[in-house]
Design a protein around this ligand. Structure first.
Ligand SMILES: [Zn+2]
Ligand SMILES: [Zn+2]
Length: 366
């Protein structure tokens, strides 16, 4: 096999126009896989990178949610990271993050989601073979976790929740589950909030209340299991929204509140929505730098727990495939994809996500 040439979308610096570079990728080395992109997910975090809210080390190929088709397998690579046999033409799902399995987080904390070296592969040389997903040709380096999609599992149902579902699966794990009879409030109706809604519904929550906007996303939330939606463009004050949640919960608030809004103010609002002895899971503030005023007394006097969760571990990607396989026909997961762009249109894709025109945008090769 010779070199492959493909286009990739490169962010050269904060707020710069997205550039399309054409680069060669060599044949798969030992333990490597070369893929052709099927779908790349466009994530709100990519917009944060673009806007410079998260500093980058230099030009990077964007994209951390992908499904690709295996074109070539390097010597010794015969299974995915779960031991499932793989062959040319199989669809696989990955994130361009390779845990090192040798740092303090990986070996002492036993938490590969916080691997201190994992971002090296995500922010690698933009000229080199890349595992990033705004790219026609993808090279999965040796040791990068990836998982085969079973033949009956829709690529769209998985990529619609590209990094959102693994992120929420880790979040649910860290939360410690949801019991029947509990009310769950989800703040934020982007893909992470929609994944939270779906998982809370599937976990048997008594009711799921989604707080978000616009209506198109709230409608999606209802289809994925939200019992009530509160449109922040209609119910515009924190006091009114708090009152609405209290009306729905016999005045107590929600046993579980999940922050997936990505804005700082959501934190102080969410704290007021948690019922006594309840739990508050913070998922969406990863790139939201800054401070916000809160009343710590609420945590103290309410016996509240506040739980953070960042990113995901490889097992959560595997579980995300399983969630899609089991629920893709009952819940309209794939319909969350509202926008498709080519790699050349990456900047338009980012603009659409930034403007919240999308439920989910994906990139497909031209
Ligand atoms: Zn993401
Ligand atoms: Zn590590």
């Amino acid at each position: 096999m010779g070199n492959r040439i493909g286009k990739r979308a490169v962010l050269t610096g904060a707020n710069q126009p997205i550039e399309i570079w054409e680069r060669e990728s060599p044949p798969a080395g030992p333990g490597e896989a070369v893929l052709k992109l099927e779908f790349g997910g466009v994530c709100g975090t990519d917009v944060h990178f673009w806007h410079g809210e998260v500093p980058l080390p230099g030009p990077v190929v964007l994209g951390h949610e992908g499904i690709g088709i295996i074109e070539e397998l390097g010597e010794g690579l015969t299974t995915d990271s779960a031991g499932t046999p793989i062959t040319i033409g199989d669809r696989v799902y990955w994130q361009p993050v390779t845990p090192c399995y040798s740092c303090y987080s990986c070996t002492i904390l036993n938490d590969v989601s916080m691997c201190e070296n994992a971002f090296a592969s995500l922010f690698g040389d933009a000229n080199a073979p890349t595992p990033a997903t705004y790219s026609e040709i993808i090279t999965l380096g040796a040791g990068l976790p990836f998982y085969k999609l079973p033949d009956d599992t829709s690529s769209e149902a998985v990529i619609a929740f590209g990094c959102a579902m693994p992120t929420m699966l880790q979040g649910m794990e860290r939360l410690g589950g949801i019991q029947a009879g509990q009310t769950v409030v989800v703040q934020g109706s982007g893909p992470v909030g929609l994944a939270a809604t779906m998982l809370a519904h599937l976990a048997g929550a008594h009711q799921v209340i989604m707080i978000g906007a616009p209506e198109r996303r709230l409608e999606m939330a209802r289809q994925l299991g939200a019992d009530h939606t509160i449109d922040i463009t209609q119910v515009t004050s924190v006091a009114e929204r708090t009152e609405r949640v209290r009306e729905l919960t016999n005045g107590r608030g929600a046993e579980v509140v999940i922050e997936a809004a990505g804005v700082l103010e959501a934190f102080s609002e969410g704290l007021q929505l948690v019922a006594p002895a309840g739990r508050y899971l913070i998922v969406g503030l990863w790139s939201a730098q800054g401070t916000v005023a809160v009343e710590p007394r609420l945590i103290n006097n309410g016996n509240l727990q506040i739980i953070g969760t960042a990113l995901a571990a490889p097992r959560h990607l595997y579980q995300a495939i399983q969630v899609a396989q089991k629920h893709q026909n009952q819940l309209p997961m794939a319909e969350a994809i509202t926008h498709r762009f080519t790699i050349e249109q990456s900047q338009q894709a980012l603009e659409a996500v930034a403007a919240q025109e999308t439920v989910k945008a994906v990139l497909v090769p031209a």
